[in-house]
Design a protein around this ligand. Structure first.
Ligand code: 3BY
Ligand code: FES
Length: 436
């Protein structure tokens, strides 16, 4: 039986021997931001792509983006490009976007719908399941079965599509799925539709975009988001609350206690689970109350879509379900919509932040929701974050930069960096005894 060629890319181990980088990894001070070179140098960027983005599970799309057979999205991580499709049988598939003849890039569109994938060069034609269907003028003994597109590991979790470019993807994605699926599934993301998707290019390293997301210490810069995000600065569960935060923490706790009854009534799991740096596929999931009306990401906290996201969850006031997965995603789900974020490195100082809003598939724009109201708070928050990431990158690129300390409310930034350094060590083979 014909088999796929070995997937190992000979270039991917090229960085293992760089002693200067290994020294930085070895001498890195825990609880401080990374040395500047990790954020600004091309060498580090290349290692990030080869050792993090080519080896870990990555969030690449919502199933709603490829709702019908033949729908596809392409996603690029450096020189690697992947086609994510829904095949004719309705399965989500992922393949390298590289022709098996002489290697031409197959699809150059970001998304679309097609019955077959036809190479522009010599017209080799593949099915959406990756099988080579047609190759003109070949020798009589040419066996099409030997030239399927090279597959990429793909995993859907409650309507979210993850890929892993490694030959041997981290197997703990199954454990993560088992834990997070009960939280996500009631919201029926797999049946939702895309209301809007935006691509924002931030002028900063991808790690700075992620670090920025992993804390609300800077949330004073997000007045619109703060209407509904309780600014508890990491003290929501603390016994030693600073005086200035007593009132907001108490308000947060009252709202949470009220919502707990609702969550219990619907059987929605809400326990916070944070395993951000203790496993290969680090993640965090929690359900939290929101301020004001407590329903959605709008200026007054009331829903932006009159149809609930899930027909099973008609209560408007559900707070938010929030999830992070290392290295490149976070999401929030309210009663009326979901907002999903993925981070895609472009260059050392450029990062794409893709935001996708999902609503009930039956919701009608202009009738059930106004698009500006649905997306406004996060559009402005994203722009504010982009401005902060640009400033961070510029300062870090200055030779005067030295790493600074993380405070208590930056524990998730620290977890992200701890995870990153551990994955580098393991994936570069620096820790013989570390968990793969
Ligand atoms: O989306 C988030 O979870 C974080 C929290 C605050 C800053 N960032 C927007
Ligand atoms: Fe694709 Fe020749 S390179 S058909």
């Amino acid at each position: 039986m014909p088999t796929d060629p070995p997937q190992q890319n000979a270039q991917s181990t090229a960085h293992r021997a760089d002693p200067a980088m290994c020294a930085v990894i070895d001498t890195r001070v825990v609880s401080e931001s990374l040395p500047g070179q990790c954020y600004v140098e091309q060498k580090w960027f290349d290692v990030d792509l080869d050792e993090i983005f080519a080896k870990q599970w990555l969030f690449v799309a919502a199933e709603a983006e490829i709702a019908e057979p033949g729908d596809y999205v392409t996603v690029e991580f450096g020189t690697r490009s992947v086609i994510v499709t829904r095949d004719n049988l309705g399965n989500v598939r992922a393949h390298h976007n590289v022709c098996r003849h002489r290697g031409a890039r197959l699809i150059t569109q970001a998304n679309g719908s097609t019955g077959t994938i036809v190479c522009s060069y010599h017209s080799w034609t593949y099915g959406t399941d990756g099988r080579l269907m047609y190759a003109e003028a070949q020798a009589p003994d040419f066996d099409k079965r030997c030239f399927s597109l090279r597959s990429v590991a793909v995993r859907t979790i409650a309507g979210l599509v993850f890929i892993c470019l490694a030959d041997d993807p981290p197997t703990d994605i199954d454990d993560v799925a088992r834990i997070v699926e009960p939280y996500l599934a009631p919201h029926r993301l797999s049946e939702a539709k895309v209301a809007k998707q935006t691509d924002l290019v931030e002028n900063g390293n991808w790690k700075l975009a992620m670090e920025n997301n992993r804390e609300c210490y800077h949330c004073g810069g997000h007045p619109e988001l703060l209407n509904v995000f309780f600014p508890t600065w990491g003290y929501s569960d603390s016994d030693a609350i600073p005086d200035r935060l007593t009132a907001v923490v108490e308000r947060y706790r009252r709202a949470t206690a009220e919502l707990t009854d609702t969550w219990n009534r619907f059987g929605l799991p809400y326990r916070r689970i944070a395993q951000l740096d203790s496993r290969p596929t680090g993640f965090h999931i929690e359900r939290e109350a929101m301020d004001l009306a407590g329903e959605s990401f709008t200026l007054d906290g009331t829903t932006a879509c009159t149809r609930p996201l899930s027909d099973d969850l008609p209560d408007r006031r559900l707070g938010r379900l929030s999830m992070h997965l290392q290295p490149n995603m976070w999401l929030h789900v309210t009663s009326d919509h979901a907002v999903l974020f993925s981070v895609i490195p472009i260059r050392p100082d450029e990062t794409l932040v893709r935001t996708t809003w999902l609503v009930n598939a039956a919701a009608v724009e202009g009738v059930d929701y106004d698009l500006d109201r649905l997306t406004g708070v996060w559009e402005i928050t994203n722009q504010q974050d982009a401005d902060l990431v640009r400033l961070a990158h510029r300062g870090i690129a200055d030779p005067a930069y030295v790493p600074g300390p993380y405070g208590p409310s930056e524990f998730q930034v620290e977890a992200f960096i701890n995870w990153y350094v551990t994955r580098l060590r393991v994936n570069l083979g620096l820790d013989a005894d570390a968990t793969a």
